[in-house]
Design a protein around this ligand. Structure first.
Ligand code: OGA
Ligand code: MN
Length: 301
Protein backbone atom coordinates (compact mmCIF):
# COMPACT_ATOMS: atom_id res chain seq x y z
CA UNK A 1 0.00 0.00 0.00
CA UNK A 2 1.40 3.41 -0.94
CA UNK A 3 1.51 6.26 1.55
CA UNK A 4 -1.29 8.11 -0.22
CA UNK A 5 -3.63 5.10 -0.43
CA UNK A 6 -2.97 4.40 3.25
CA UNK A 7 -3.87 8.00 4.02
CA UNK A 8 -7.12 7.59 2.06
CA UNK A 9 -7.98 4.32 3.81
CA UNK A 10 -7.42 5.80 7.25
CA UNK A 11 -9.33 8.95 6.38
CA UNK A 12 -12.27 6.84 5.23
CA UNK A 13 -12.59 5.08 8.60
CA UNK A 14 -12.42 7.73 11.31
CA UNK A 15 -12.25 6.47 14.86
CA UNK A 16 -14.51 7.50 17.75
CA UNK A 17 -13.02 8.21 21.18
CA UNK A 18 -15.37 5.88 23.09
CA UNK A 19 -17.04 2.55 22.28
CA UNK A 20 -20.76 2.86 21.46
CA UNK A 21 -23.50 0.66 22.84
CA UNK A 22 -26.19 -0.91 20.67
CA UNK A 23 -28.82 -3.60 20.89
CA UNK A 24 -28.98 -6.76 18.76
CA UNK A 25 -32.54 -7.96 18.17
CA UNK A 26 -32.64 -11.29 16.28
CA UNK A 27 -35.53 -11.72 13.84
CA UNK A 28 -36.37 -15.11 15.35
CA UNK A 29 -36.00 -16.68 11.89
CA UNK A 30 -32.98 -18.69 10.73
CA UNK A 31 -30.96 -15.53 10.22
CA UNK A 32 -31.11 -11.76 10.52
CA UNK A 33 -31.03 -9.26 13.38
CA UNK A 34 -31.90 -5.61 13.85
CA UNK A 35 -29.19 -3.37 15.23
CA UNK A 36 -30.78 -0.64 17.31
CA UNK A 37 -29.37 2.47 18.91
CA UNK A 38 -26.31 3.16 16.78
CA UNK A 39 -25.85 6.44 14.90
CA UNK A 40 -24.21 5.41 11.63
CA UNK A 41 -23.48 9.05 10.71
CA UNK A 42 -20.90 9.18 13.51
CA UNK A 43 -17.41 7.65 13.49
CA UNK A 44 -17.31 4.29 15.29
CA UNK A 45 -14.87 2.99 17.88
CA UNK A 46 -12.90 -0.17 16.93
CA UNK A 47 -14.59 -2.05 19.79
CA UNK A 48 -17.98 -1.10 18.34
CA UNK A 49 -16.93 -2.30 14.89
CA UNK A 50 -15.68 -5.55 16.44
CA UNK A 51 -18.97 -6.08 18.28
CA UNK A 52 -20.91 -5.38 15.07
CA UNK A 53 -18.73 -7.85 13.16
CA UNK A 54 -19.42 -10.49 15.83
CA UNK A 55 -23.16 -9.88 15.58
CA UNK A 56 -22.85 -10.08 11.79
CA UNK A 57 -20.91 -13.38 11.94
CA UNK A 58 -23.63 -14.76 14.16
CA UNK A 59 -26.78 -13.48 12.43
CA UNK A 60 -25.42 -13.20 8.83
CA UNK A 61 -27.78 -10.35 7.91
CA UNK A 62 -27.93 -7.12 9.93
CA UNK A 63 -30.68 -4.57 9.48
CA UNK A 64 -30.36 -0.94 10.57
CA UNK A 65 -33.76 0.77 10.31
CA UNK A 66 -34.38 4.50 10.06
CA UNK A 67 -31.22 5.39 8.13
CA UNK A 68 -32.87 7.79 5.67
CA UNK A 69 -30.55 10.56 6.90
CA UNK A 70 -27.41 8.70 5.77
CA UNK A 71 -25.62 10.52 2.98
CA UNK A 72 -23.79 8.64 0.28
CA UNK A 73 -20.54 9.46 2.10
CA UNK A 74 -21.95 8.12 5.42
CA UNK A 75 -22.96 4.90 3.66
CA UNK A 76 -19.48 4.52 2.17
CA UNK A 77 -17.70 5.38 5.42
CA UNK A 78 -19.78 2.96 7.51
CA UNK A 79 -19.28 0.16 4.95
CA UNK A 80 -15.51 0.73 4.93
CA UNK A 81 -15.25 -0.32 8.60
CA UNK A 82 -15.76 -3.89 7.36
CA UNK A 83 -13.14 -3.97 4.62
CA UNK A 84 -12.09 -2.59 1.31
CA UNK A 85 -14.94 -1.50 -0.93
CA UNK A 86 -15.37 -2.61 -4.52
CA UNK A 87 -15.64 0.06 -7.17
CA UNK A 88 -18.12 0.15 -10.00
CA UNK A 89 -16.33 -0.67 -13.25
CA UNK A 90 -17.47 2.15 -15.52
CA UNK A 91 -19.87 4.99 -16.15
CA UNK A 92 -21.15 7.73 -13.89
CA UNK A 93 -24.45 7.21 -12.07
CA UNK A 94 -26.36 10.27 -10.82
CA UNK A 95 -26.90 10.84 -7.13
CA UNK A 96 -30.43 10.24 -5.81
CA UNK A 97 -32.53 13.38 -6.37
CA UNK A 98 -29.62 15.21 -7.97
CA UNK A 99 -27.53 15.28 -11.10
CA UNK A 100 -24.23 15.00 -9.23
CA UNK A 101 -22.15 11.92 -10.09
CA UNK A 102 -22.17 9.05 -7.59
CA UNK A 103 -18.87 7.86 -6.12
CA UNK A 104 -17.68 4.59 -7.64
CA UNK A 105 -18.17 2.74 -4.32
CA UNK A 106 -21.95 3.04 -4.81
CA UNK A 107 -24.00 0.86 -7.14
CA UNK A 108 -27.64 1.75 -7.75
CA UNK A 109 -30.24 -1.03 -7.78
CA UNK A 110 -33.36 0.52 -9.28
CA UNK A 111 -36.08 0.25 -11.88
CA UNK A 112 -36.33 4.03 -12.23
CA UNK A 113 -35.85 5.37 -15.73
CA UNK A 114 -34.99 9.05 -16.03
CA UNK A 115 -34.69 10.81 -19.37
CA UNK A 116 -34.81 7.42 -21.09
CA UNK A 117 -31.91 6.09 -19.02
CA UNK A 118 -32.09 3.41 -16.30
CA UNK A 119 -30.68 4.84 -13.06
CA UNK A 120 -29.60 1.42 -11.81
CA UNK A 121 -29.60 -2.33 -12.32
CA UNK A 122 -31.94 -5.32 -11.88
CA UNK A 123 -35.14 -3.63 -13.14
CA UNK A 124 -38.50 -4.60 -11.61
CA UNK A 125 -38.50 -8.36 -12.17
CA UNK A 126 -37.94 -11.24 -9.82
CA UNK A 127 -34.36 -12.14 -9.08
CA UNK A 128 -33.94 -15.81 -8.24
CA UNK A 129 -31.87 -17.16 -5.33
CA UNK A 130 -28.20 -16.28 -5.67
CA UNK A 131 -25.11 -14.98 -3.96
CA UNK A 132 -23.40 -12.00 -5.56
CA UNK A 133 -20.62 -12.46 -8.09
CA UNK A 134 -19.58 -15.95 -7.01
CA UNK A 135 -18.56 -16.51 -10.63
CA UNK A 136 -15.41 -14.59 -9.70
CA UNK A 137 -12.39 -16.40 -8.23
CA UNK A 138 -12.60 -14.22 -5.09
CA UNK A 139 -16.24 -13.18 -4.65
CA UNK A 140 -17.26 -10.21 -2.50
CA UNK A 141 -17.54 -10.76 1.24
CA UNK A 142 -20.56 -8.60 1.89
CA UNK A 143 -22.98 -6.00 0.60
CA UNK A 144 -24.84 -3.16 2.34
CA UNK A 145 -28.09 -2.12 0.63
CA UNK A 146 -29.92 1.09 1.60
CA UNK A 147 -33.55 1.73 0.60
CA UNK A 148 -34.26 5.27 -0.63
CA UNK A 149 -37.59 4.61 -2.38
CA UNK A 150 -39.68 1.45 -2.22
CA UNK A 151 -42.90 0.28 -3.89
CA UNK A 152 -46.08 0.03 -1.79
CA UNK A 153 -45.93 -3.73 -2.22
CA UNK A 154 -43.63 -6.36 -3.71
CA UNK A 155 -39.88 -6.09 -4.00
CA UNK A 156 -39.24 -7.96 -0.75
CA UNK A 157 -35.80 -9.51 -0.41
CA UNK A 158 -35.34 -12.98 1.08
CA UNK A 159 -32.17 -14.28 2.69
CA UNK A 160 -31.23 -17.87 3.47
CA UNK A 161 -28.70 -19.24 5.98
CA UNK A 162 -26.22 -21.55 4.28
CA UNK A 163 -24.58 -22.70 7.53
CA UNK A 164 -27.98 -24.00 8.66
CA UNK A 165 -28.62 -25.54 5.25
CA UNK A 166 -25.27 -27.33 5.34
CA UNK A 167 -25.74 -28.58 8.90
CA UNK A 168 -29.19 -29.98 8.09
CA UNK A 169 -28.14 -31.83 4.93
CA UNK A 170 -28.91 -35.55 4.88
CA UNK A 171 -25.59 -37.46 5.32
CA UNK A 172 -25.34 -38.66 1.70
CA UNK A 173 -25.82 -35.14 0.30
CA UNK A 174 -23.42 -33.68 2.87
CA UNK A 175 -20.75 -36.18 1.82
CA UNK A 176 -21.22 -35.25 -1.83
CA UNK A 177 -21.15 -31.51 -1.08
CA UNK A 178 -17.87 -31.87 0.80
CA UNK A 179 -16.37 -33.88 -2.03
CA UNK A 180 -17.28 -31.78 -5.07
CA UNK A 181 -16.74 -28.39 -6.63
CA UNK A 182 -19.03 -26.52 -8.97
CA UNK A 183 -18.61 -23.96 -11.74
CA UNK A 184 -20.50 -20.67 -11.21
CA UNK A 185 -21.95 -19.11 -14.36
CA UNK A 186 -20.53 -15.67 -15.14
CA UNK A 187 -22.65 -15.10 -18.25
CA UNK A 188 -25.79 -13.61 -16.65
CA UNK A 189 -26.59 -11.13 -13.89
CA UNK A 190 -28.98 -11.95 -11.05
CA UNK A 191 -31.90 -10.60 -13.09
CA UNK A 192 -31.05 -13.29 -15.67
CA UNK A 193 -29.82 -10.85 -18.32
CA UNK A 194 -26.99 -12.01 -20.57
CA UNK A 195 -23.85 -9.96 -19.98
CA UNK A 196 -21.99 -8.27 -22.78
CA UNK A 197 -19.38 -10.51 -24.40
CA UNK A 198 -20.88 -13.82 -23.18
CA UNK A 199 -22.38 -16.48 -25.37
CA UNK A 200 -25.76 -17.95 -24.48
CA UNK A 201 -25.06 -21.59 -23.71
CA UNK A 202 -27.60 -24.21 -22.70
CA UNK A 203 -25.03 -26.89 -21.84
CA UNK A 204 -23.74 -26.46 -18.24
CA UNK A 205 -20.58 -28.38 -19.18
CA UNK A 206 -19.61 -25.32 -21.25
CA UNK A 207 -20.25 -22.78 -18.48
CA UNK A 208 -17.59 -20.12 -18.05
CA UNK A 209 -16.92 -18.91 -14.49
CA UNK A 210 -15.04 -19.60 -11.27
CA UNK A 211 -15.02 -23.05 -9.67
CA UNK A 212 -15.69 -23.25 -5.92
CA UNK A 213 -16.22 -26.14 -3.51
CA UNK A 214 -19.90 -26.86 -2.76
CA UNK A 215 -19.08 -26.81 0.94
CA UNK A 216 -17.09 -23.73 1.91
CA UNK A 217 -15.09 -23.36 5.10
CA UNK A 218 -15.48 -19.87 6.55
CA UNK A 219 -12.11 -18.86 8.01
CA UNK A 220 -13.72 -16.36 10.41
CA UNK A 221 -16.03 -18.86 12.07
CA UNK A 222 -14.39 -22.23 11.31
CA UNK A 223 -17.76 -23.53 10.06
CA UNK A 224 -18.83 -25.03 6.75
CA UNK A 225 -21.62 -23.54 4.68
CA UNK A 226 -23.25 -24.64 1.46
CA UNK A 227 -21.82 -22.55 -1.35
CA UNK A 228 -24.17 -22.64 -4.31
CA UNK A 229 -23.97 -19.19 -5.94
CA UNK A 230 -26.60 -19.58 -8.62
CA UNK A 231 -28.45 -22.51 -10.14
CA UNK A 232 -28.46 -21.50 -13.77
CA UNK A 233 -25.48 -22.84 -15.71
CA UNK A 234 -24.04 -24.58 -12.63
CA UNK A 235 -22.12 -27.79 -13.22
CA UNK A 236 -20.41 -30.11 -10.75
CA UNK A 237 -16.98 -30.84 -12.15
CA UNK A 238 -16.10 -34.49 -12.67
CA UNK A 239 -19.70 -35.76 -12.73
CA UNK A 240 -21.79 -36.81 -15.71
CA UNK A 241 -24.22 -34.04 -16.62
CA UNK A 242 -27.22 -36.02 -15.34
CA UNK A 243 -25.49 -36.71 -12.00
CA UNK A 244 -24.50 -33.07 -11.70
CA UNK A 245 -28.07 -31.93 -12.40
CA UNK A 246 -29.49 -34.40 -9.87
CA UNK A 247 -27.03 -33.36 -7.14
CA UNK A 248 -27.55 -29.64 -7.74
CA UNK A 249 -31.34 -30.01 -7.86
CA UNK A 250 -31.27 -31.84 -4.53
CA UNK A 251 -28.94 -29.28 -2.90
CA UNK A 252 -30.95 -26.30 -4.18
CA UNK A 253 -34.29 -27.81 -3.14
CA UNK A 254 -32.83 -28.37 0.32
CA UNK A 255 -31.11 -24.99 0.71
CA UNK A 256 -34.07 -22.83 -0.33
CA UNK A 257 -36.60 -24.31 2.12
CA UNK A 258 -38.48 -21.71 4.19
CA UNK A 259 -36.97 -22.87 7.50
CA UNK A 260 -33.57 -21.51 6.43
CA UNK A 261 -34.93 -18.17 5.19
CA UNK A 262 -36.13 -14.76 6.35
CA UNK A 263 -38.04 -12.10 4.39
CA UNK A 264 -36.95 -8.48 4.52
CA UNK A 265 -39.98 -6.24 3.95
CA UNK A 266 -38.42 -2.94 3.09
CA UNK A 267 -39.10 0.42 4.67
CA UNK A 268 -37.46 3.59 3.41
CA UNK A 269 -34.25 4.05 5.40
CA UNK A 270 -33.56 0.33 5.93
CA UNK A 271 -29.89 -0.49 5.55
CA UNK A 272 -29.47 -4.26 5.17
CA UNK A 273 -26.02 -5.81 5.32
CA UNK A 274 -25.55 -9.44 4.25
CA UNK A 275 -22.59 -11.76 4.52
CA UNK A 276 -22.37 -12.86 0.90
CA UNK A 277 -20.21 -15.92 1.71
CA UNK A 278 -22.75 -17.72 3.85
CA UNK A 279 -26.15 -16.55 2.58
CA UNK A 280 -28.26 -16.64 -0.55
CA UNK A 281 -30.76 -13.93 -1.43
CA UNK A 282 -33.59 -13.41 -3.87
CA UNK A 283 -36.05 -10.64 -4.61
CA UNK A 284 -39.76 -10.54 -5.50
CA UNK A 285 -40.91 -8.70 -8.58
CA UNK A 286 -42.91 -5.50 -8.12
CA UNK A 287 -45.24 -3.19 -10.03
CA UNK A 288 -43.24 -1.75 -12.94
CA UNK A 289 -45.02 1.59 -12.57
CA UNK A 290 -43.82 1.88 -8.94
CA UNK A 291 -40.42 3.35 -8.06
CA UNK A 292 -37.78 1.38 -6.20
CA UNK A 293 -34.39 2.98 -5.65
CA UNK A 294 -31.66 1.40 -3.53
CA UNK A 295 -27.99 2.21 -3.18
CA UNK A 296 -25.43 -0.45 -2.40
CA UNK A 297 -21.84 -0.85 -1.35
CA UNK A 298 -19.88 -4.07 -1.67
CA UNK A 299 -17.04 -5.23 0.60
CA UNK A 300 -14.21 -7.20 -1.04
CA UNK A 301 -13.00 -10.49 0.44
C1 OGA B 1 -28.30 -7.16 -4.95
C2 OGA B 1 -29.62 -7.76 -4.99
C3 OGA B 1 -31.84 -7.44 -4.21
C4 OGA B 1 -32.81 -6.33 -4.04
O1 OGA B 1 -28.21 -5.94 -4.74
O2 OGA B 1 -27.32 -7.90 -5.10
O3 OGA B 1 -29.75 -8.91 -5.31
O4 OGA B 1 -33.69 -6.48 -3.19
N1 OGA B 1 -30.61 -6.95 -4.63
O5 OGA B 1 -32.70 -5.32 -4.73
MN1 MN C 1 -27.75 -9.90 -5.43
Amino acid sequence: MTASSLATAVASVPIAAEPQAFEVKPTGAALGADIVGLDLRQPLHPATVHALQQAWNRHLVLRFRGQQQLTVQDHIRFSAYFGQLDQRPIGAQPLHGSTEALPREIVVISNVVQDGKALGGLGDGESVWHADMTYQPVPPKAALLLAREIPAEGGNTYFANMYAAFDALPPDLKAQAVQHACVHDASRNSAGQLRLGFKDSTDPRETVGAVHPLARLNPDTGKYSLYLGRRRGAYVRGLALSESEALLNALWAHATQPQFAWAQQWQVGDLVAWDNRVTLHRRDAFDPSARRYMQRTQVSE
